[in-house]
Ligand binder design. Structure first.
Ligand code: EPZ
Length: 459
């Protein structure tokens, strides 16, 4: 149901109500999901591009006046916001295909990411590095906390200061300038592993004078994907994917063409969906290597995961059922925090007691109380959740609090008896592309209720 080929999405004002096909109104704050559970999922699911790679890659287009073409950009709310930010800054964004963005940041008019945008998507801070790097100035509203934690950006700002920037906070905005008009390479040691912090400093350092070394860098696949794009644009960068990244600044960067990696968290979510419903799915267009720790943990609890080819997994619950197993979230390549909520839903169906330890965000158990409302046995103390299973989940009205929490409630609803209604699903639209349509295509009884009634949009 994509728009006719050649529709230039930049003609569509992202602020106005959508076209009749409803595709452009990705979500409405009133939308709910209604799920009738108990049906084993069967079929093939195609994984979309990675939200957490497309966001920094789109920000990187600000580093050059030439056109950068990105393919496999997921059609999710956060990317619409990021596109809007680029257009507000003065870039043109053409989308010959729904998931292809041709960005040309030739006539940048302003260096400011406004509060209205940053408050809806904290990843807007990724504009700081490229604007500071190319124009020597940037102003970005300081993101507030979010449901999962306070999420400061102090490490980003300290690193920019290391590169010679002057950084101040003015009425809620971060104002950063490069006094000499250009940043200067430096040795940056992160006290804590930070994903967007590493990405912001990579983008700041590629046009800085001299060499930058980033130590204790994040090693997520999204970091490597951004590095691949930057290198295609002419950057001199090595070590992405390791904890030490080295960058030799260059005078300028050019255009490039790049395809965004598959979304590893969406992949993990659908593997859990097959296991929790007792179904069997083929998960295609994914990159198994990027979720090795998740696959290892799921196999440990009894999920059968067979690699059919380099980008397709066949997944189902093993014959002996699910066994409880402890897990601790850590930076990549260990078990990702973005899979914690989905894993908790699965553990409610596993035989025995599992302890889930969340080490990345201080408030990422909001989904637990909703799962308990459905009949799960979960006890929270500090950064640990103790789950006893298996529990027979029954449908209930529940509220989504953040992106991954909403995914875990959908998974619970798919295996619960009866009907589950999930409010505030706008959270899930931020990071999962056409999730209702994908689940329906493999036999799930799920629909989106809008304020206009049921099924208006099968996204
Ligand atoms: C990225 O967030 C992802 N978002 C998150 O995914 C993911 O959960 C997170 O990395 C961890 O893997 C994007 O890539 C857009 P961090 P980010 O900086 O970069 C603390 C999802 O569900 N910290 O690695 O914001 C911070 O508070 C989202 O898709 C500081 O103290 O996370 C946290 O405790 C949710 N100061 C820890 O470090 C800083 O300056 C790791 O955060 C920066 C971070």
């Amino acid at each position: 149901m994509s728009p006719p080929r050649g529709t230039v999405l930049s003609n569509v004002n992202t602020r106005q109500k959508p076209s009749p096909n409803g595709l452009f109104l990705l979500h409405d704050y009133m939308d709910k999901f209604v799920i009738r559970g108990g049906k084993p999922l069967k079929g093939r699911i195609e994984i979309s591009g990675a939200k957490n790679s497309a966001l920094p890659c789109l920000a990187a287009t600000l580093l050059t006046p030439e056109t950068v073409t990105l393919h496999n950009v997921p059609y999710v709310k956060d990317l619409i916001t990021q596109r809007r930010l680029l257009e507000d800054l003065g870039a043109t964004v053409l989308t010959p295909e729904l998931r292809t963005h041709k960005v040309t940041a030739k006539n940048i008019q302003t260096y400011e990411a406004p509060y209205e945008l940053v408050k809806t998507m904290r990843a807007s801070v990724l504009a700081l590095g490229p604007l500071l790097s190319r124009f020597g100035k940037a102003k970005v509203s300081l993101p507030g906390g979010c449901a999962i934690g306070t999420r400061p950006i102090d490490l980003h700002l300290k690193a920019f200061e290391k590169l010679g920037a002057e950084v101040s906070l003015e009425s809620g905005d971060v104002v950063a300038t490069a006094p000499k008009g250009r940043l200067v390479g430096a040795d940056v040691q992160f006290e804590k592993v930070t994903v967007t912090g590493t990405e912001n400093v990579m983008m700041a350092a590629v046009l800085a004078a001299g060499k930058t070394t980033i130590r204790n860098a994040a090693r997520e696949p999204e970091i490597e994907d951004l590095a691949d794009l930057l290198i295609k644009m002419g950057a001199r960068l090595t070590g992405a994917g390791t904890d030490t990244i080295e960058i030799e600044g260059v005078e300028g960067l050019g255009g490039a063409e790049h395809s965004i990696i598959p979304d590893r968290i969406e992949t993990g979510t659908f593997i859990v969906a097959a296991a929790i419903t007792g179904g069997e799915l083929e998960v295609s267009k994914c990159e198994p290597e990027h979720i090795a720790a998740v696959i290892e943990q799921l196999e440990r609890v009894g999920v059968e995961i067979e690699q059919l080819d380099e980008s397709t997994l066949k997944v189902r619950q093993g014959g002996d059922g699910l066994k409880a197993s402890d897990v601790t979230t850590e930076p990549h390549p260990l078990f990702p925090t973005d899979m914690q909520a989905q894993y908790m839903a699965l553990m409610t169906q596993a035989e025995g007691t599992s302890t889930i330890t969340e080490t990345i965000f201080e408030n990422r158990f909001m989904h637990a109380s909703e799962l308990i409302r459905m009949g799960a046995d979960i006890a929270i103390s500090g950064n640990q959740a103790v789950v006893r299973g298996p529990s027979k989940l029954t449908g209930a009205r529940v509220i989504a609090s953040d992106l991954r929490a909403s995914a875990s409630l959908v998974l619970a609803g798919l295996c619960a008896s009866g009907e589950t209604t999930i409010d505030r699903v706008y959270h899930i639209d931020r990071g999962y592309e056409t999730i209702v349509r994908k689940f329906k295509s493999v036999g799930a009884d799920i629909e989106r209720l809008t304020e206009h009634g049921a099924g208006g949009r099968e996204t």
